[in-house]
Ligand binder design. Structure first.
Ligand code: C2E
Ligand code: MG
Ligand code: MG
Ligand code: MG
Length: 288
């Protein structure tokens, strides 16, 4: 009897796993097709300085609507793309598109606006990454100093010499580097100190509970103080309330990003958003 139940359950599990694998394979096929048919696109979310709320940059975020019009979040399909290797192709497209957009914004008079681009650790560790970066920089014509690459703490698992060298190489091009989702898993602080990075991004999870949870608050405080002592810039992601923005500013956080300021939006909406900011309140160089 017990054995029968067990076997029955096993059957269910196997079928479920089969379905899951099947749907993942299907999703990957859809993703490939969508990419070929240019149905992937980017949204851009503003980043502002604290406490004044002036635009200082934006983050490019990938978007995918499948052929049935369903929105599939990047948290779902990026890991899939990473496992299948198609992330290299998608990642290159993201860089090229975002860099071109950055150059366009620059030509529209927003001469100091940063463009942050998420880079997968898989992409980052692949042999041709620097060449891809260089080509994307060159072809877009953007000033490399306006570009920031966001990498997550998981890069810490890369071989140390490789990582240190990569970051130096990136830095030598003038491109900035931020550690995304910071606070969720960095192992060694002394290691962090050796990395050529510019900015830490406080993970949304800690900002979310900033005013409610003492633990979140302590972690946010710690990351901000760490940034100050390592001479790094620090930005908070996921700011949804004024109170959070005020608290972060009090703690000495330099910049913020989140729904409280603006949601991710299409390129032309971003341009309108930027132009609608108070005249004294933008990085726009009107004399240019
Ligand atoms: P991330 O890089 O940490 O991006 C921030 C995420 O927080 C974005 O989710 C953004 O839409 C969301 N967000 C921003 N402000 C708020 C807020 O105030 N409240 C809440 N609840 N959410 C906020 P999104 O666009 O769904 O992206 C999720 C993740 O997918 C990103 O996290 C990043 O890890 C990855 N991703 C997105 N675009 C790319 C890409 O082009 N390449 C790679 N490799 N990964 C990407
Ligand atoms: Mg990011
Ligand atoms: Mg993040
Ligand atoms: Mg995140």
């Amino acid at each position: 009897q017990a054995k029968q139940t067990q076997r029955g359950q096993l059957g269910v599990y196997t079928r479920q796993m089969g379905l899951e694998i099947q749907s993942r394979v299907k999703m990957l096929q859809d993703l490939r097709l969508s990419f070929e048919h240019q149905r992937l696109y980017l949204h851009y979310q503003p980043q502002v300085s604290l406490p004044d709320g002036k635009p200082v940059g934006c983050e490019a975020l990938i978007r995918w609507r499948d052929d049935q019009g369903r929105y599939i979040p990047p948290d779902v399909f990026i890991p899939l793309a990473e496992r299948s290797g198609i992330i290299a192709t998608i990642g290159e497209w993201v860089m090229r598109t975002a860099f071109s957009q950055a150059h366009l914004l620059h030509r529209s008079g927003f001469t100091r606006l940063r463009m942050a681009v998420n880079v997968s650790v898989i992409q980052f560790r692949s042999g041709g990454f620097l060449e891809t970066l260089d080509r994307a920089l060159l072809d877009s014509g953007v000033n490399p100093e306006l570009i920031e690459l966001e990498i997550t703490e998981s890069v810490a698992m890369l071989e140390a010499d490789y990582l240190l060298d990569m970051l130096k190489q990136i830095k030598s091009r003038g491109v900035q580097v931020a550690i995304d989702d910071f606070g969720t898993g960095f192992s060694s602080l002394s290691y962090l100190q050796r990395l050529s990075i510019d900015r830490l991004k406080i993970d949304r999870a800690f900002v979310d509970q900033l005013c409610e949870s003492q633990d979140s608050r302590s972690i946010a405080e710690m990351v901000i103080e760490l940034s100050h002592s390592l001479n790094l810039q620090v930005i908070a992601e996921g700011v949804e309330e004024q109170q959070q923005a005020e608290r972060l500013a009090e703690l000495g956080c330099h910049e913020a990003q989140g729904y409280f300021y603006a949601k991710p939006m299409e390129a032309d909406a971003l341009l309108r958003w930027l132009m609608n900011q108070e005249p004294g309140n933008t990085q726009r160089n009107t004399s240019a």
